[in-house]
Write a protein that binds this ligand. Structure first.
Ligand code: S3P
Length: 170
């Protein structure tokens, strides 16, 4: 068993919203590895970051991705930093992976001060720039298709993902 498609991309890009819409359109279930981790740990993502540190979270995340890739056949969304782990990236090989992208200005607009997101607590614009510089190539490397979300509604992004999939499969 493997997912119909896997969504990657930075936090706030709309993976959950678009993932839910895609699942509806495809008539399949939606799953999110952040939710799986929270359910398994009984703690929020922020609590795990603060209490155990980011490396411990990435290890839990790799396990959650591995589990979801073999037990879920719908739409799967990964946390924004999942692609930082080489083991997690290796798990994505051979999967249909859609990178939802956005530029830094769009990111700052959408996530605002990002209080609930530990990686964006101070100076969001600078942190976004650094975060995307560190991650952009990893998202692109892991992706089989890139769908820009700038200035698009979730419905428009959903259509663009479906178009990208049809092109890939044609
Ligand atoms: C993170 C993104 C979050 C969550 C954690 C770390 C990141 O997921 O996994 O806060 O490193 O970009 P979302 O992309 O679902 O917000």
């Amino acid at each position: 068993m493997s997912p119909r498609l896997v969504l990657i991309g930075p936090m706030g890009v709309g993976k959950s919203t678009v993932g839910g819409l895609l699942a509806q359109r495809l008539g399949v279930a939606y799953r999110d590895t952040d939710d799986d981790i929270v359910a398994a740990e009984g703690r929020t993502v922020a609590e795990i970051f603060v209490e155990d540190g980011e490396p411990a979270f990435r290890a839990l995340e790799k396990r959650a991705v591995q589990e979801a890739l073999t037990t879920h056949d719908g739409v799967l969304a990964l946390g924004g930093g999942a692609i930082l782990d080489a083991g997690t990236r290796a798990l994505l090989a051979g999967q249909r992976v859609i990178y939802l992208s956005m530029d830094v200005e769009e990111a700052v607009r959408r996530t605002g001060l990002g209080a609930a997101r530990p990686l964006l607590a101070v100076n969001p614009r600078k942190q976004w720039r650094e975060l995307m510089e560190a991650r952009r190539h990893l998202y692109e490397e892991a992706a089989t298709a890139v769908v820009p979300t700038d200035g698009r509604t979730p419905e428009e992004v959903t259509d663009a993902v479906l178009d990208a999939l049809e092109l890939k499969e044609a």
